[in-house]
Design a binder for this molecule. Structure first.
Ligand code: PEP
Ligand code: MG
Length: 988
């Protein structure tokens, strides 16, 4: 059969439809679909992407016979419009546009007003009664043809566009500023001069035959598929080059034919808020490019009804029709030509996170989409928009315009923070106490800074990556943060921060105001107003009634649907009762990681902790631990009471001990005084504890094995607190987790100790509490010997921060320079500390899962590395069959949604097809179906998942590119002082 190469549309019907994007491109498919559903589109036809592929295959030649088919298609357009290409009385003008299957905005070429020549221009002038319009269209066409079809671009970097240059001369000669001020005579001259330039540069005449113009333009649009911009864009998004572009030839309509004409762009809903309102702008007597050029201020779409009530009604109709038909918010372009409305384009509209949630909820409520589809349409990361304080967009733009932009770092904690600069954690606390709002700026942060970090609105660091201490704490506390902002340098003595800006170095002092946008990584000078998120007001501050919080209610609804759909449980990484409470508010079903070391920096604890570390005998160590016991017990009791019956995983001490020791003279002196030892002795002990590679040294279970009394004290505190909570009627479920295990015997040693202490406590308290002892799998040997380790472990939790570090052999604190180069050279697809490296770290996890479950099929499996809050990693955890993911409290909503999407995709991929009745039921209530294994193969969910797959793949690719670009854009930091490095290596 002869391959169909041209698909016509217009006049209320079309040969193509919306599902033919691969063949007709997004634009062609959209136009065909609009024709089919009775939306007024100017008639035309689309030449398929296959023709584009043929064109390249045959050495850039249009296939034989295509010209005859184009003539045939033009006849149909002529019949519908009453015009003809080249007709000297009633000429047809067409646009020739590119259109790939995915939107590649502005990457390829377009030719407008094709069909004009010295004869047809006169006919156009006569019929429109507007010679100026006709000649203006003609001079634009000749220039565009010269540029796009004949390749008359500037020849050198310093050159201007040749046609622009002639135009400038003309305006100068005529003494006018704007093109629109040129008289008809000048436009006529321009056409002749443009043609002369073509002859001069190309050695051939501008083609006057409209059909010749058309064939050349079609070939030029095909060629634009391989231009530099399009190639780079495809590479960036991983689109194959053999997709090709379609070419749509469409009769032109003009919005600049008088006061009864106009043009506009609109979204079927508000793309910023998601409100169900027609949102857009239009210009009277103008062409599309006038809207884009911004030389005239457009009017709001709401004002259109006052001018053209009839058109406003038709547009409202179009809006409803398109939304119902596409079942999503659309972004449209329209033109009104002498009182008649035409829609030129429709596509899925881009939106903010806030709008994505609202639109999905509203469309599901209207039963336009299922709840499953609604869930798949929201990018999990976009939920951040609903949680973080934000800058008022207009005020921020104004600040940038005023030159207040200073520098850019890594966006580690999304949201907006504005406050006075402080450089020390204790200052942050003190300033906060006296009612100041502060931003803590430092070279980097360490666990000692934790209280100051809690007091600050946000943090800004010069050093560190996405798993640096500041980044991790930001996510855990829900703080705004920018890390690795290398333009910053600090003089702590002078209490000054210098920013290397494009305009030179700027110095800021303590107390100066600064604003940071943790969603974009931008640092701005001065104060900027922020708005707290409604969700936070309801869930965390509890200062707002849900009834009075529509955004919160939508968020809660989406979360409820997600919970219904997901299989993975979600837990939080939290180590304070208040964090536990926030976690529960965000839907945590337990704590997956309580890092006990974070507690030792709390009130009254660092002293005895240091005494314990510098102790030189077991007795001295026990004496110090005895001081810590009641304090730790209190910490745990608080957490247990906050968590109630939810399981709580508490990890025994992990970081190298010297990280708790004082660095400064004052700290050393007070430790000497507290222990009754000399300053020299304390210094010697600190020196003794120093390690070259602390993250690969005396840490994790190695500490508890060397100093069993530490594990003993922690286990006692855990079980006594659990008994206390049980006494208060709270049924707790502690899970004691041993870090950095690489051999069964390590776990045997520590588990025996924990169990022995549990028995002692239970005997003494006369009661028992259900508990588990398990391990982290965070070094490769742990994963490789998982089958052995599972003989002792009652659960595994993958510590993917350390597992990534040890698998790659790359320090998690020194990723900056390596990442920058590796991402730039495309060696890694993204930061492996952000998204799990499936081929390496993921392979080890699979070995760990298989080994663990081979020994103990019921083994509880989770993840508590930072990846537990990353959507793509959550999907991976779902795929390999983990039971839960644990992440920072503020990433819980993201994890819940990502887990739901993974489950929906899973079901979609299931082979069996259920009965129609079952599919119908699921389509109406996908959430319920999600919790039923039988419904796993539901036809409705199959549809949901398939659609989502492509979309999510794209989102993930875009996110990876975004992060890559953010990191690659940084210059590489020079080595820092040794002390700074040591600090940076500290406890996560
Ligand atoms: C990990 O290594 O993934 C982990 C959770 O532990 P930490 O970050 O405390 O080393
Ligand atoms: Mg770890």
């Amino acid at each position: 059969m002869v391959q169909k190469r041209i698909y016509a549309f217009g006049g209320g019907k079309a040969e193509g439809n919306k599902d033919m994007k691969e063949l007709l491109g997004g634009k062609g498919a959209g136009l065909a679909e609009m024709s089919n559903i009775g939306i007024p589109v100017p008639p035309g036809f689309t030449i398929t992407t296959e023709v584009c592929t043929d064109y390249y295959r045959s050495g850039k030649r249009l296939p034989r016979g295509l010209d005859a088919e184009i003539r045939q298609a033009l006849k149909r357009v002529g019949a519908l419009t009453g015009k003809g290409l080249g007709d000297a009385k009633n000429p047809l003008l067409v646009s020739v546009r590119s259109g790939a299957r995915v939107s590649m905005p502005g990457m390829m070429d377009t030719v407008l007003n094709l069909g004009l020549n010295d004869e047809t221009v006169e006919a156009l002038a006569a019929r429109s009664g507007n010679p100026r319009f006709a000649w203006d269209s003609y001079r634009r066409f000749v220039a565009m043809f010269g540029d796009v079809v004949l390749g008359m671009k500037p020849e050198r970097k310093e050159d201007r566009d040749p046609f622009e240059e002639i135009l400038e001369h003309k305006k100068h000669a005529r003494g006018v500023r704007f093109d629109s001020e040129l008289p008809v005579e000048a436009l006529r001259e321009l056409v002749a001069e443009f043609k002369g330039e073509i002859q001069r540069r190309k050695g051939k005449a501008f083609p006057d035959d409209p059909f010749e113009q058309l064939l050349e333009a079609v070939a030029a649009v095909f060629r634009s598929w391989e231009n530099d911009r399009a190639v780079a864009y495809r590479k960036m998004y991983g689109y194959p080059s053999d997709w090709g572009t379609a070419v749509t030839v469409q009769s032109m309509v003009f919005g600049n034919m008088g006061e009864d004409s106009g043009t506009g762009v609109a979204f079927t809903r508000n793309p910023a808020t998601g409100d169900d309102e027609f949102y857009g702008e239009f210009l009277v007597n103008a062409q599309g490019e006038d809207v884009v050029a911004g030389t005239r201020t457009p009017q709001k779409i709401a004002e259109l009804a006052a001018r053209w009530p009839n058109i406003a009604r038709q547009l409202e109709d179009v809006r409803r029709k398109l939304e119902r038909h596409y079942r999503d918010m659309q972004d449209i372009e329209f033109t009104i030509e002498q009182g008649k409305l035409y829609v030129l384009q429709t596509r899925t509209g881009k939106r903010t996170g806030l709008a994505a949630v609202r639109i999905a909820v509203d469309l599901a409520a209207d039963r336009l989409i299922t709840k499953g589809e609604a869930l798949q349409r929201i990018d999990p990361e976009a939920l951040n928009h609903l949680l973080r304080p934000i800058f008022d967009a207009d005020r921020k733009a104004a600040a940038v315009k005023e030159g207040r932009f200073l520098a850019k770092g890594l966006p580690a904690g999304p949201g907006a923070a504005s406050g006075r600069l402080v450089f020390f954690a204790n200052d942050a606390e003190a300033w906060r106490t006296r009612g100041e709002t502060v931003v803590l700026a430092r070279h980097e942060t360490s666990p000692e800074d934790i209280r100051g970090m809690a007091a600050a609105e946000g943090f800004l660091t010069a050093f560190g990556g996405m798993t640096s201490h500041a980044a991790l704490v930001a996510r855990q506390m829900g703080k705004v943060a920018i890390v690795g902002c290398e333009a910053l340098s600090f003089d702590y003595h002078a209490r000054k921060m210098t920013v290397a800006t494009e305009a030179g170095a700027r110095t800021f002092s303590e107390g100066d105001s600064i604003s940071i946008d943790g969603s974009t990584g931008e640092v701005l000078e001065g104060k900027l107003e922020t708005r707290p998120s409604e969700v936070i007001q309801v869930l965390v501050e509890k200062s707002r009634d849900p009834a009075d919080a529509p955004v919160y209610r939508e968020f809660a609804e989406v979360m409820a649907w997600a919970d219904d759909a997901r299989r993975l449980k979600v837990r939080a990484n939290a180590d304070q009762p208040d964090q536990a409470a926030v976690s529960i508010a965000f839907g945590a079903q337990g704590i997956g990681l309580c890092r006990t070391e974070h507690m030792f920096f709390g009130e009254g604890k660092i002293g005895p902790m240091r005494e314990m570390i510098v102790a030189e005998t077991v007795e001295d160590r026990r004496a110090a631990l005895a001081k810590l016991l009641p304090l730790q017990r209190e910490d745990f009791r608080g957490i247990f009471l906050a968590m109630g019956p939810r399981p709580t995983t508490i990890r025994t001490l992990d970081p190298p001990l010297h990280e708790f020791l004082p660095q400064d003279e004052k700290g050393v002196a007070s430790l000497a005084a507290a222990t009754g030892k000399s300053v020299e002795r304390i210094r010697a002990r600190i020196e003794e504890l120093h390690e070259s590679n602390p993250m690969l040294g005396h840490r994790g279970c190695r500490l508890g094995i060397s100093y069993p009394e530490i594990t003993e004290m922690q286990a006692r505190a855990i079980f006594e607190a659990a008994c206390d909570a049980a006494d208060q009627g709270v049924k707790v479920e502690p899970e004691v987790m041993i870090p950095l295990v690489g051999a069964k015997k390590e776990l045997d040693d520590q588990a025996a100790l924990v169990r022995q202490v549990a028995d002692e406590v239970f005997r003494a308290r006369g009661r028992k509490v259900k508990y588990l002892v398990g391990t982290m799998i965070e070094i490769p040997r742990g994963a490789l010997t998982a089958a052995e380790i599972a003989k002792t472990a009652e659960f595994f939790s993958f510590g993917t921060n350390d597992l990534t570090q040890t698998t790659f052999g790359l320090s998690r604190d020194d990723t900056g320079p390596v990442l920058a180069t590796y991402l730039q050279k495309d060696i890694w697809p993204g930061d492996p500390f952000v998204s799990i490296d499936r081929d390496g770290v993921g392979a080890l996890m699979k070995i760990g899962v298989a080994g663990g479950r081979a020994t103990n099929p019921g083994l509880k499996l989770g993840i508590c590395g930072e990846h537990g809050g990353d959507p793509s990693s959550v999907a991976f955890c779902h795929e390999i069959g983990l039971d839960y993911v644990s992440c920072s409290p503020y990433r819980l909503p993201i994890a819940r949604l990502a887990a739901a999407q993974a489950a929906l995709r899973d079901r979609a991929a299931a082979p069996a097809r259920p009965s129609k009745a079952a599919a119908k039921k699921v389509a109406a209530r996908p959430g319920k179906a999600a919790s039923s294994a039988k419904a796993a193969a539901s036809a409705a969910a199959v549809r949901d998942g398939k659609r989502a797959k492509g979309r999510n793949g794209k989102v993930a690719a875009a996110a990876a590119v975004g992060i890559g670009a953010a990191i690659a854009g940084k210059s590489i930091a020079k080595a820092t002082r040794r002390a700074a490095k040591a600090l940076a290596r500290r406890t996560r």
